[in-house]
Each structure stands twice: as structure tokens, then as C-alpha cells.
Design a protein. Structure first.
Length: 421
């Protein structure tokens, strides 16, 4: 009997998942804007920030350690303190002569801590709530994860832009942003140390041999799945175009007109892409989830594949025309982000379908790791490619790079009833 689960989940689920999203956004999105503000080349930004995906790619490799040592609660709270220290350390590196490589090294530490925090927090969610509560709070955790995404790409970017203008020092502006984030995570650490429940099952560590044996079976059963090559192909290619596009959105929006960009300020970027765009992304995701619940994944798949990829044409138009009306730019970005949010729900549901079975938690982690791999590798070369061919041709290429996703969508097999209520 888990009497220690009595604390109201509203006291900790929102803050836990808001905190889970922030380091991921920092490593993979906010860092791009920051380094662009500091004059780092597009090739270096794309290569090195794409490498920050790696901890999320390989996190299944050390996930048994979280089961073997300590408790999920202990891991979660301790890692939040590590994340607070890492975020503060990033801010402290930004005035160093070799700030780029030093700050990246610290972000690597932050990324590994964040990926491990994902494992422990998701495990704690399942231990800290009864099954009925898990179902009722899943929308809450998703909403607060999205709100953190909005905060990380909107208000924090705007804050950096405002501070850069008022202080006349871009590095100091971004250092303050990271110090704010460090303070936020220290508050999360203190709050969760006090408020997280202590589930009885969290103290019942399984025998090491059994865990290691199960770890081997996890991978063996995943790669023994029927049509595994189609599964791998679909997951790895679904975001092939988006993986390259994503790393160049901030540079494109912020580069001046004579370099092929739109010339937005940091504040304008935060409002257009980090606020309006993320709101549209969230609305699209909610609509996609609702439609799958009504029609099922199989009936929605083609609509969603088109929705997630065709709006990439928005960037072909923006790079060709280079409009200067801020409202027009915001409108096109909202269209692209809505389509992406709407269509990406198909991938999330597909991974849930693939992971179904006795190892569903671990298999889902493998799926997300493969998806991160599909984002990391194409993103690494995207900046160099853009510098070679320019924004106009680059965005045409990213649209062509979506073709494998359409081919795989025609080949994958999906239960017609999967996803329906």
C-alpha cells in the first residue's frame, strides 16, 4: 500500500514537467539564438548544437543505472541541483575568451543531466501516482511541458534582446538569462525536495542481475519486432527535412537582408517564432491529438504527414520574397508551426504503438532516442550546407528532403483502430 502517494499531484506534476522541458529547450533551441547573437557562424552553430542532441539519443544505455542505484525521487531532486549549477556555469563562461567551446562543454554536462532527469522524472511519475491519476494528469504534464517550451523560446529570448539593448553587452544579457534559469532550477530543487511524495515502491530496488538481464531483453525484443526496418526507416526519416530546417530558422530570421535573411531583432524573433509560433504549435498539437482520438492513427496518417512537411514551403517563400512586414512574417511562421504541431502527433502516436508490450517504457525510450538521432545527424551538416548554397536553395533542399518520409508513410503498417477512444 503506497500511503506516501497522498500529496496532491497538482503541487508537483506541473513544476516537474515545466522543469523537464527547460534544459532541452536551452540545449537545442535557445543556444542557437544565443550563439547567433554572439556572431558564431551558421556552420558551427548547426554542427555543435546538433551534437547536444547526443545525450537524448543514447540515454537508454544508462537508464538501468537509475533503477539500480538510489530512488527515482533522489535522482530527480539531485539532478535539478546539478542542472541549476550547470545553467549558472554557462552564464559564467560567456565572458571568457574561449566562451564558445567552454560553454558548449558545460552544456554537454547539462544535456547529460537533463536526459538522465527525463528518465528519473518519468519513472517517478509512474511511481508517485496511482494509475487513474496518471491518466488524469497526462494532459497537465504535456501542457506544462509546452508552456516551458513557450517560455524558453519566447519571453527568455525577448528578455535577452531587451537586456542587450539596455546594457549594450550581448554576452552580459545572455549571462543574466542563464543566471535567471539557474535560480529557477534551484527553486525547483528546494520545492521538490520538500513537496515530492515518497512512494513505497520507490525504495524497492530490483536485484542487479535481473535488471541487467531485462536490459538485454529490452533491446533484443525491440529489434526483433515485426517490420523493424520499416519502423526504423519511418522514425529516422520522418524529421529529415525538419532536422535541417530547425537549426537554420533562427539564423535565417535574424540575418540581415543582404545575407538572405529577414533581419529580425532578438526581441522580434522571440515574439514571432518563440511566442506566436509556439502557441500555434501547441494548438496544432492539441488538434492533432483530438483528430487521432476520433479517427485513429491510420486514417489520419497521410493528412498529418502532409501537414508536418508541406508548410516547410513557407520558408521557400520567405527566403525568396524577404517580406519586411512583421505581421506577415508572424502569420507565415504560425502556419508552419501549426502544421508541424498538428502533424507531429502522428509520430508520437506511432512511437506509442511501436512501444506497446511488456517493455513499453524502455521501448518508448529507444524510439525517442532513434528520433533524436534522426534530428542530430542531419542537423550537424545543415549549417555548412546553407553557407555553401544560400538560404533560398537550402530551403528548397529541405523540402526535397521530406520525400523519404512520404515513402516510408506509404510502407508502414498501422492497426486501423489504434489511437481511437
Amino acid at each position: 500500500m503506497q500511503t506516501s502517494q497522498a500529496k496532491n499531484p497538482w503541487l508537483w506534476v506541473p513544476s516537474l514537467y515545466f522543469g523537464q522541458a527547460i534544459p532541452y529547450i536551452v540545449a537545442n533551441n535557445l543556444s542557437v539564438v544565443m550563439y547567433k547573437d554572439m556572431g558564431v557562424s551558421n556552420a558551427d552553430i548547426a554542427l555543435y548544437t546538433s551534437l547536444l542532441y547526443l545525450p537524448w539519443v543514447i540515454k537508454p544505455l544508462w537508464s538501468p543505472l537509475v533503477d539500480l542505484k538510489g530512488t527515482k525521487r533522489g535522482w530527480t531532486v539531485s539532478l535539478q541541483l546539478v542542472l541549476a549549477a550547470a545553467l549558472g556555469a554557462v552564464g559564467a563562461t560567456l565572458h571568457l575568451p574561449a566562451y564558445f567551446m567552454v560553454s558548449l562543454a558545460v552544456m554537454w554536462v547539462m544535456a547529460f543531466a537533463s536526459a538522465t532527469h527525463d528518465i528519473s522524472a518519468d519513472g517517478f511519475y509512474m511511481l508517485g501516482l496511482r494509475q487513474q491519476q496518471q491518466a488524469s494528469m497526462v494532459g497537465v504534464r504535456s501542457t506544462f511541458y509546452r508552456l516551458a517550451t513557450l517560455a524558453g523560446q519566447g519571453p527568455l529570448v525577448v528578455l535577452a534582446g531587451v537586456l542587450a539593448v539596455s546594457l549594450g553587452d550581448v554576452r552580459q544579457a545572455w549571462a543574466i538569462v542563464f543566471f535567471v534559469l539557474a535560480g529557477l532550477f534551484f527553486a525547483f530543487f528546494a520545492w521538490h525536495q520538500k513537496i515530492l511524495p515518497r512512494p513505497d515502491l520507490d525504495h524497492q530496488a530490483p536485484a542487479g542481475g535481473n535488471v541487467l538481464e531485462g536490459f538485454g531483453k529490452t533491446f533484443a525484443t525491440f529489434f526483433a519486432k515485426r517490420d523493424i526496418w520499416l519502423i526504423l526507416g519511418f522514425i529516422l526519416t520522418f524529421r529529415l527535412g525538419e532536422a535541417q530546417l530547425l537549426k537554420l530558422i533562427a539564423p535565417f530570421l535574424k540575418d540581415p537582408l543582404d545575407k538572405g535573411g529577414l533581419g529580425l531583432s532578438t526581441v522580434q524573433y522571440g515574439l514571432a517564432y518563440g511566442t506566436i509560433g509556439i502557441v500555434a504549435l501547441t494548438i496544432g498539437g492539441l488538434c492533432g491529438g483530438w483528430l487521432i482520438s476520433r479517427w485513429g492513427l491510420k486514417r489520419c496518417l497521410w493528412l498529418m504527414v502532409f501537414a508536418v512537411h508541406l508548410p516547410d514551403l513557407v520558408f521557400v517563400y520567405l527566403s525568396q520574397v524577404q517580406p519586411q512586414n512583421f505581421g506577415v512574417i508572424c502569420g507565415f511562421l504560425a502556419i508552419e508551426q501549426f502544421g508541424y504541431g498538428f502533424g507531429f502527433t502522428a509520430m508520437m502516436m506511432y512511437m506509442i504503438m511501436v512501444a506497446d508490450g511488456p517493455y513499453k517504457t524502455a521501448h518508448y525510450a529507444i524510439c525517442t532516442g532513434l528520433m533524436a538521432l534522426g534530428m542530430m545527424v542531419p542537423g550537424m551538416w545543415s549549417g555548412k550546407l546553407q553557407e555553401m548554397i544560400g538560404y533560398q536553395h537550402f530551403f528548397v533542399w529541405t523540402c526535397l528532403a521530406t520525400i523519404p518520409a512520404f515513402i516510408m508513410a506509404a510502407l508502414v503498417k498501422i492497426d486501423p483502430e489504434f489511437g481511437k477512444k
